[in-house]
Design a protein around this ligand. Structure first.
Ligand code: ADP
Length: 582
């Protein structure tokens, strides 16, 4: 019998059966154990014929207890004289083929002599039944005294065997749980997690069949190993049972003669049993895979051997193990969800870059034409002063539009997720000059001074030269733009071990703390009226940040309203070797 796989325990019980038969003088001694609602004979002493007929036989527990109620109390033993034994006695014991001897104390083939064996908690663990006395007479007082002692010994041995069995079961279940946790937490590919959990589950729960199934949602397909094609109605039924089981925080065992739990109807149970039998199994345990209030799937474990009950430890352990698997299901679903979101965002970014680029290209040409013609108009002689003023205003407006279009184009370029990030090893000092020259013109008009402090050593970074120029020009022109006439701006380059830092500091209007937080977002322009008064698109700093981050750097600001601001760009330091290599 499979539920008593411990050979040591079975041997010890066989030894007790053999000694009781031999020492007290009986031909037959049988020890049975209670498993679920049945009694299984695990040790049989007797002739070869008796052993083959009786070993592993399962009888309903009810039949045995009914016999006990009719019995005479002989201490540990109970005796049921043949007149009182039930007609279906053969379900409980062996009916020996013998001719009764003469006399009042003659042993009758239908006499029953059994000792119920109890656990420490008083629950019945098994039964020791003996039959066929060599004397062919009912035991005398000496024999009965001996029988008491053997019944006590059988009880001790059985208690130990049950303990061993339970301990073994706990170890097995713990190992299964460990195996599942290891696989379930190690990776995100759900199919693989479920695959890897198969072996520990089958082994740990001594199951012959395992089906793990996650339910499809509107977004995700079902994953797992469904039983060979199941009808939709059956699937719905099982899904409903699993959901109810999750609500009740338990498992559902399906077996013939077993009443389903309250939350499963008789029809549901019958349909489930049919499915269990269809897979060639005798019994099954349905374990919900749940998380929070949601039932995400189920695990079905099946056994061929109908005599092997799903023990309370196994039920509790399966429920816990399923919780770990459910976490893996949740994780993988979240991951799939995130991946889809990332894809959608990327599509959106590509679309946005396309729109930006198309619109600004379309605007750039007519703008060029407008500016060109305005220039022509400026050269026309004899134009009235009013008209000339209008042409100048048109030109300022068109130039402003060109700035916006240029910034939008730049944004489209760096926003495009498909575009390569250009990069070459260059010396920041070389790029600075050009940007400073460009800004200086505007600065001098307003009596502004630009100080430049660069190190003697090379300040190498891996960067696209045009991009770096754009960042520096932006920061410098902002510093000039937002500083009062007569103030000063400083650009400092510092080389650190790992980074090259470029700082642009001004003594201008400064930026409030609230504004600092939103400074680098698209189209953001300060709420400070002094800042709004100066022309701008609100795109410059966004472009700077994107460019810097695309090259693996950081940009930040320190500022005090009314005192000035310092923008710092930190870039990973590159080396000459990289330059040679590239
Ligand atoms: P804009 O084209 O408006 O200058 P930016 O993205 O370059 O766009 O800057 C966004 C906002 O940040 C500006 O409108 C301004 O309010 C503020 N700002 C940027 N640089 C400075 C600075 N050096 N001093 C004060 N405010 C600044």
């Amino acid at each position: 019998m499979t539920s008593w796989s411990d050979a040591g325990s079975r041997e010890a019980l066989s030894l007790v059966a053999a000694s009781v038969a031999e020492m007290v003088g009986f031909e037959i001694a049988i020890i049975s154990v209670v498993r679920g609602d049945r009694m299984h004979s695990v040790a049989v002493e007797g002739s070869h014929e008796i052993r083959t007929a009786m070993l592993g036989v399962a009888t309903p527990l009810r039949a045995a207890t009914a016999e006990l109620e009719r019995a005479d109390d002989w201490g540990r033993f109970r005796f049921v004289p043949h007149e009182r034994t039930a007609s279906d006695l053969h379900t409980v014991g062996w009916v020996p083929d013998m001719d009764p001897v003469e006399g009042e104390d003659a042993w009758h083939p239908l006499d029953l002599l059994v000792a119920p064996l109890y656990g420490e908690d008083g629950a019945m663990l098994g039964l020791l039944s003996i039959d066929l006395p060599l004397t062919r007479r009912r035991p005398d007082p000496t024999q009965r005294h001996l029988l008491e002692r053997y019944a006590a010994q059988a009880e001790r041995t059985l208690r130990m065997a049950v303990e061993r069995d339970e301990l073994g079961e706990r170890i097995r279940l713990a190992e299964a749980a460990r195996g599942v946790v290891r696989f379930a937490s190690a990776q995100d590919d759900l199919e693989r997690v479920l695959d890897d959990c198969r072996a520990p589950l089958l082994e740990g729960f001594r199951a012959d069949y395992l089906g793990i199934r996650t339910y499809a949602t509107s977004e995700l397909a079902a994953v797992g190993s469904p039983p060979p094609p199941v009808s939709e109605a059956l699937m719905d039924n099982i899904r409903d049972i699993a959901r109810r089981a999750w609500d009740a925080q338990g498992v559902v065992v399906a077996a013939d003669h077993l009443r389903p739990p309250g939350f499963v109807s008789e029809e549901q149970n019958a349909a489930m049993l049919l499915a269990v039998h269809d897979t060639g199994m005798a019994t099954s345990m349905l374990v919900p895979l749940g998380s929070g209030t949601e039932c995400l799937g189920h695990i079905a474990l099946g056994r061929v051997d109908p005599s092997l009950p799903w023990s309370p430890d196994e039920r509790a352990s399966a429920f816990d193990v399923a919780r770990d698997i459910a976490q893996a299901v949740v994780r993988s679903r979240n991951l799939a969800h995130e991946q889809r979101l990332v894809e959608q965002l990327r599509d959106l970014a590509t679309y946005k870059a396309q729109v930006l680029s198309t619109v600004s290209h379309e605007l750039k040409n007519p703008l060029g034409a407008i500016l060109g013609h305005l220039e022509l108009l400026e050269g026309v002689g004899g134009m009235p002063t009013d008209a000339r003023r209008s042409v100048a205003a048109l030109e300022r407006a068109a130039l402003r539009m060109r700035r916006v279009v240029d910034d939008l184009l730049a944004l489209a370029e760096i926003e495009d997720p498909e575009a390569d990030v250009p990069g070459e090893v260059l010396d920041v000092r070389a790029v600075i000059d050009e940007a400073v020259q460009l800004t200086r013109e505007g600065a001098e008009n307003r009596d502004l001074h630009i100080d430049v402090v660069v190190p003697h050593e090379e300040a190498l970074v891996s960067f696209d030269a045009d991009d770096l120029d754009r960042v520096l020009t932006n920061l410098l022109s902002n510093a000039v733009k937002y500083t009062h006439a007569g103030g000063s701006v400083a650009l400092t380059v510092t080389v650190h071990d790992e980074e090259v830092e470029i700082a642009v500091a001004d003594e201008g209007i400064g930026i409030s703390e609230a504004d600092q937080e939103r400074l680098f977002t698209e189209f953001f322009r300060s709420t400070n009226p002094q800042a709004v008064a100066r022309p701008g698109t609100g795109l410059g700093l966004t472009i700077c940040k994107r460019i810097v981050e695309r090259h693996g750097g950081r940009i930040g600001v320190q500022s005090t309203l009314g005192e000035g601001s310092t923008f710092r760009v930190s870039l990973p330091r590159a080396s000459r070797d990289a330059r040679v290599a590239s």
